[in-house]
Design a protein around this ligand. Structure first.
Ligand code: B12
Ligand code: SF4
Length: 497
């Protein structure tokens, strides 16, 4: 960019996901519960998609990096999460170190989740103070949904909306060559005091994506921290239209899969680098049965071994042959969004199946040997006190009998970019929290009503459920530990003789 002497064109930044400065945003009882779930997962040797995968490498940022590099844009990646968790380096300090080292023209920050927003703004401010000439971009699911609000703060120059690889590449090239930003599809940006939103860009053919650029990332350092866990994406999108989910708007209800051979090659690459457990975080891994089975077949025949997990819908668990094929290939855990176990509440979110599938589905998974961790959402539009307590009782029963290994018990969030967040009144919701940073699944304040419950009542019922689940997890953890110490006592040789 003109006289600027730069070593890198773009620095891609993954923010720290849990910054102490944002602690007030999170519910304390839930944090306690989450930590206890982590301990339980470890005690059960259960590879949880959520609790054991935080932290994991920022695969999405590495996919963006690979694409930029293939288009001859010089790129570096900074994972502020890793430096913070590995040695406590403050994210802003690490950012300055990377800016000094890489001297980029463009800074691109990931804003996948709403509660990261404050962190993203702090990083943008730090970067701007350090180098007022930097061009600052953000992207990700949440940034896409609230592009105008982000740009109005004046803290960033542009938002990459939707699928990022091609858009970010074209944006970078245009900035570097001082071209016309109005020609870059898929971005929103500030121009002469106005916010300009260019038309959306069509989706990519995923077969043309290079593998994520893990060579630009300190993978060994992350694996040392998380025990060799990695995240891989085989497909994008989901055809369903659940009212609380970002998927339908973001991926326009289209499902696209990468060629199975490429996905398995990526898995093989990470295994050779020390990955022990991989999670296929596709929003709907089971959507295309033949595609998923081909991946499983190739993993089974590969010369390496890997334990892995994926996200499935509850109705996919009805297919025993499918589950058995995944199991043979090393799949040991699945993440399933149950959302509600109350028939009326479930019918009210357009999930696309009814509660009666759950009994068979969860029994199947247990018989095959695949552990299920589930999410439930409290405060869905049709929820009442009775339906919430019914769902809580039901998940507790499933947890006690082992058909659910872990339960992620979240407050339903009417995020902007979802049907519930964009048109809450259509579903009888009153949203009382408008601050995006507070819109998180375990917030410290009430967020919204249901059709029949006031926001405070929803929040109190959710907290009541968190306490009940926490007590159940605590009890299970104690039992496992007692059992383990008993086994140690009776099997360890006696030295006193
Ligand atoms: C995988 C995933 C995770 C994984 C991440 C693992 C990993 N290391 O990658 C795990 C399990 C850790 C996770 C956890 C959580 N997640 Co999550 N997660 C997802 C999920 C299913 C897929 C995200 C993904 O990577 N997709 C694949 C890639 C290709 O798509 P993508 O991320 O959208 O990226 C593309 C574009 O967005 C863009 N892009 C993305 N980043 C950037 C950055 C820049 C600079 C640019 C230019 C472009 C860009 O380009 C990318 C490539 O095309 C999404 C659902 C969804 N709708 O996408 C939820 C989602 C992002 N998660 C969500 C939430 C709430 C959470 C949790 C907070 C849940 C919880 N309460 O515990 C936790 C947070 C954990 C933490 N950080 O402490 C919400 C966020 C909602 C919001 N507005 O805040 C989502 C949208 C799910 C939903 N409810 O609809 N999550
Ligand atoms: S099935 Fe899952 S990914 Fe698909 S729309 Fe529903 S919640 Fe989103």
């Amino acid at each position: 960019m003109g006289a600027r002497e730069t070593a890198t064109d773009v620095l891609l930044v993954q923010p720290a996901i849990r910054h102490p400065q944002d602690a007030h945003l999170h519910n304390r009882a839930f944090n306690r519960y989450f930590c206890r779930m982590r301990r339980l997962a470890a005690a059960m040797a259960f590879n949880s998609l959520v609790t054991s995968a935080v932290p994991s490498p920022p695969t999405t940022m590495l996919s963006l990096a690979a694409y930029l590099r293939a288009q001859r844009i010089r790129v570096a990646v900074a994972d502020l999460n890793l430096s913070f968790l590995a040695d406590g380096t403050a994210p802003e300090t690490e950012l300055i170190t990377c800016l000094e080292r890489d001297r980029p023209t463009i800074l691109a920050i990931g804003a996948m989740e709403s509660y990261l927003l404050e962190a993203v703004y702090r990083l943008a401010r730090t970067a701007r103070d350090y180098d007022p000439g930097l061009y600052i971009v953000v992207g990700g699911v949440n940034a896409t949904a609230i592009d105008a609000a982000i740009l109005k703060t004046g803290k960033v120059d542009a938002v990459v909306r939707g699928e990022g690889e091609e858009t970010l590449t074209e944006l970078c090239r245009t900035v570097l060559e001082r071209g016309d930003l109005r020609k870059v599809g898929g971005i929103s940006f500030r121009h002469e005091g106005q916010i300009v939103r260019n038309p959306d860009r069509p989706f990519l053919d995923l077969a043309n994506l290079p593998l994520p650029a893990r060579d630009l990332y300190p993978l060994a350092r992350m694996y040392a921290l998380n025990g060799g866990v990695d995240a891989v994406y085989g497909s994008r999108g989901c055809p369903a239209a659940c009212l609380f989910c970002h998927g339908p708007n973001f991926w326009k209800r289209q499902w696209r899969g990468r060629p199975p051979g490429q996905v398995v090659r990526e898995l093989g690459d990470i295994v050779t680098q020390g990955c022990r457990v991989a999670f296929l975080y596709d929003m709907n891994f089971g959507h295309h049965r033949a595609w998923a089975l081909e991946i499983a077949r190739q993993i089974e025949q590969a010369p390496w071994h890997l334990t892995w997990g994926c996200e499935l819908r509850a109705d996919h668990l009805l297919d025993r042959a499918f589950l058995e094929a995944l199991y043979r290939a090393g799949c040991r855990s699945v993440f399933v969004g149950l959302e509600s176990i109350d028939p009326h509440t479930l019918a009210g979110i357009d999930k696309g199946y009814t509660c009666d599938v759950l009994e068979t589905a969860l029994t199947n998974a247990a018989r095959v040997g695949i552990g299920v961790e589930a999410t439930v959402l409290i405060g869905l539009p049709e929820d009442t006190a009775a339906s919430i307590r019914h769902t809580t009782d039901a998940v507790l029963d499933l947890f006690h009998d082992g058909r659910l290994k872990l339960v992620h018990y979240f407050l339903c969030v009417p995020w902007v970019g979802t049907a519930l967040g964009d048109c809450p009144e259509d579903y009888g919701l009153e949203v009382v929290c408008r601050n995006h940073a507070n819109l998180i699944t375990a917030p410290s304040i009430p967020l919204a009503s249901t059709r029949r419950l006031a926001p405070d009542a929803v929040y109190a019922l959710w907290e009541e459920g968190v306490e009940r689940l926490d007590a159940a997890v605590k009890q299970k953890l104690m039992l496992i530990r007692m059992k383990q110490s008993f086994i140690t006592e009776v099997t360890e040789p006696c030295h006193s003789a």
